[in-house]
Design a protein. Structure first.
Lengths: 334, 335
């Protein structure tokens, strides 16, 4: 098991290396460049060339890459071209916000998705099942940013139930400890700050949760239907077990195996969705950094964030594989 | 034939009356899987239900257990067991009896065991449910049960998962599960089909021993008359959802009256038969069947078919504990 973990972690290295090459080439193939974006209207060909020399962007791309790689390996991912701060410091400030949002969205998707999918399978073909299937179709089809605006318009603007944007009310003087707003409120006993943070979290988390929720519902439904038809569930019923035992020990435990894989794959989409959601709700996390970075061609910032996203993705899927081994004794980690 | 463990009470243990199962599908004619069959099983008796694939024998067993898929099949008739009509019981009342009074062993031991739950737990869950044991007592009993069905090193095997066992061991475990609560009736649905021939013989021997030892009645479902020959007291031969012949085992093998039974027995390889000769087989397949409503379903495949067979449904004749449904039976002396 330890060998499995170590080997999987070692595999991360080539993954990130290949990704960094692709990313580097891709960013530099975009039309325009940081110099043009930084100088804006005042840009002259001479000014751009001068700035490019300063930033080292006049060098051939392979040279630029090797220099970047050399610095990155020693932990220096460069400074943001927009703010001038080291990108790692920027990420450190923004990451808690994104984690708070993504984890909440994933929790909503899992905690609501598995029961909904199970119920749809149990009442297969009945109205409840049809409503659920229709709902998941809509959930997958509606773009996140559109849903975000609709939620905001209805629940924040019209009904005034939740704040429309941001992570904390502007007039609230909350102490920052970890950067996780809810946790900070609890740590400093500023419970009003925690409550306010939760209120701010509701709408963006729901918007971000819809797609993974819909996917988890559908996978759970299909998986439960599959297991309900299996011979060992018939054996469990032949033993006369209570319906709850059959459901929990025999149906769900087996049906959740494919669902756990799905959850791992969804984390990638979640990071992508977070960019859009954060934009709509002015969330100020990694998504905001990315959006701003793409507009202004902030190469160092984008490179660091995308590599970080890949690292998170790989680690989450490693955790999923480990959990798989816990629930399925047939899986041997080698 | 009166076993020690049989409980008192008049009449048969299981009395199936006019059981029918039809599968309905919108836009298609109903499929009649079981077409009004009646048979009974005495306490401690071993009764065979024999027929080829698709004759309705498995559906019969699932209907008795109440394990047919929830929606779709329409079940008619009566299944009387211990004074109740099982078909009329509520789901929860039926769950009380399943596992406790009725045990079932299935065909494919690998897929019939839960892959992610240790075998021991799959036994103890029945014990804690029906025999009110606590976890510790149930575990001890599970080890005893595994030992009794001949699994070596049972104390270690209780924690094994199905994939860590051999096919024969899995079937033994499945039998241990079915017998855990000492049911009065055990239904075995082709329990040896998925196993190697040598293991098949061991499993049959085990079932024979356990039935004799516990006094449990056994309903043996098989397509293999060889299985029946060594095990059953009485045999019901099914064809296309109806019983075409029933007799006490020795009589059935000595004087099969229905041409279908006759053909089945003729197609069993014998040690003294000439290896150069081709084994006789029943021609055609179940797809050639005629509807029972207007004919004998077996007529198109029958060597003794006479004109009436394709025009009139053969009636049931019962005499001296035998049952026969045929217009032109094999003469009692010819076998």
């Amino acid at each position: 098991m330890l060998r499995f973990v170590v080997r999987r972690l070692v595999q991360v290295v080539p993954t990130l290396l290949i990704l960094s090459v692709l990313l580097f080439a891709w960013l530099r193939s975009l039309p325009g460049g940081p110099a043009g974006a930084l100088l804006g209207d005042k840009a002259t060909p001479e000014g751009i060339a001068a700035l490019n020399r300063t930033l080292g962007l006049d060098q051939p791309i392979p040279i630029q890459y090797l220099r970047y790689l050399g610095r990155a390996l020693s932990g220096d991912f460069g400074a943001s071209l927009i703010s001038g701060d080291p990108v790692l410091a920027e990420i450190g400030r923004a990451l808690p916000a994104t984690i708070e949002l993504s984890v909440t969205a994933l929790l909503i998707a899992v905690l609501a998705g598995i029961p909904l999918g199970y119920l749809a399978a149990r009442y297969r073909g009945r109205p409840w099942d049809n409503v659920t299937i229709l709902g998941t179709l809509v959930g997958v089809a509606v773009p996140v940013f559109f849903l975000g605006y609709v939620l905001k318009q209805i629940f924040a603007v019209e009904l005034n139930l939740f704040p429309p944007s941001g992570r904390l009310a502007v007039d609230l003087d909350a102490t920052r400890v970890t950067g996780f707003a809810i946790l900070d409120g609890l740590l400093t006993r500023e419970f009003d700050a925690s409550a306010d943070a939760i209120a701010h979290l509701v709408l963006p988390a729901i918007a971000l949760a819809t797609i993974p929720l819909a996917v988890i519902v559908r996978i759970t439904r299909a998986s439960v239907l599959d297991v309900l038809d299996s011979d060992f569930v018939r054996t469990a019923n032949a033993k006369g077990l209570a319906p709850g035992t059959v459901r929990g020990r025999h149906v769900l435990r087996n049906a959740l195996l494919p669902v756990s894989t799905t959850i791992g794959l969804q984390t990638g989409l979640l990071l992508a969705g977070a960019v859009l959601t954060e934009k709509v709700f002015n969330w100020g996390g990694l998504g905001t950094l990315i959006a701003e970075g793409i507009e202004r061609r902030d190469y160092p910032r984008l490179q660091a964030i995308v590599l970080l996203g890949a690292l998170i993705y790989v680690i989450v899927n490693l955790l999923v594989d480990l959990s798989y081994a816990l629930i399925d004794p047939r899986v041997r980690l080698r | 034939m009166t076993p020690a463990g049989a409980r008192s009470g008049d009449g048969p243990l299981l009395d199936v009356r006019d059981l029918s199962v039809r599968f309905t599908r919108r836009g298609e004619p109903d499929t009649v899987a079981v077409d009004g069959i009646s048979f009974d099983i005495e306490p401690g008796e071993v009764v065979g239900l024999v027929g080829e694939s698709g004759c309705g024998k498995s559906v019969t067993s699932l209907a008795i257990m109440g394990l047919l898929p929830g929606r779709g099949p329409k079940v008619g008739g009566e299944v009387r067991f211990g004074g109740d009509d099982l078909l009329a019981l509520s789901d929860s009342a039926l769950r009380e009896r399943r596992g406790r009074d009725l045990g079932m062993v299935f065909q494919d031991p690998l897929s019939s065991l839960n892959p992610v739950v240790p075998v021991g737990v799959q036994i103890t869950e029945a014990l804690t449910r029906h025999r009110g044991m606590d976890k510790k007592a149930a575990r001890t009993e599970a080890i005893t049960l595994l030992e009794r069905v001949g699994i070596p090193d049972p104390a270690r095997r209780v924690t094994s998962y199905p994939h860590q066992m051999s096919g024969g061991m899995r079937q033994r475990a499945l039998i241990a599960i079915a017998l855990a609560c000492r049911p009065r009736l055990l239904i075995a649905d082709e329990p040896t089909t998925a196993l190697d021939v040598t293991i098949q013989a061991q499993i049959l021997e085990l079932l024979r021993e356990l039935v004799a030892e516990t006094g449990t009645a056994l309903m043996m479902i098989t397509h293999d008359l060889g299985v029946v020959a060594g095990l059953c007291d009485r045999v019901n031969v099914l064809y296309a959802g109806r019983i075409v012949e029933r007799a006490e085992r020795h009589r059935l093998f000595a004087t099969p009256r229905h041409p279908y039974t006759h053909g089945l027995i003729g197609s069993i390889p014998r040690l003294d038969s000439d290896p150069e000769l081709e084994l006789p087989a029943i021609p055609g397949s179940v797809n050639d069947n005629l509807p029972w409503d207007t004919a004998c379903a077996f007529a198109p495949r029958c060597p003794r078919e006479i004109g009436r067979c394709t025009e009139v449904t053969p009636g049931v004749e019962t005499a001296a504990s035998r049952l026969l449904r045929c217009h032109n039976p094999v003469p009692a002396t010819s076998a």
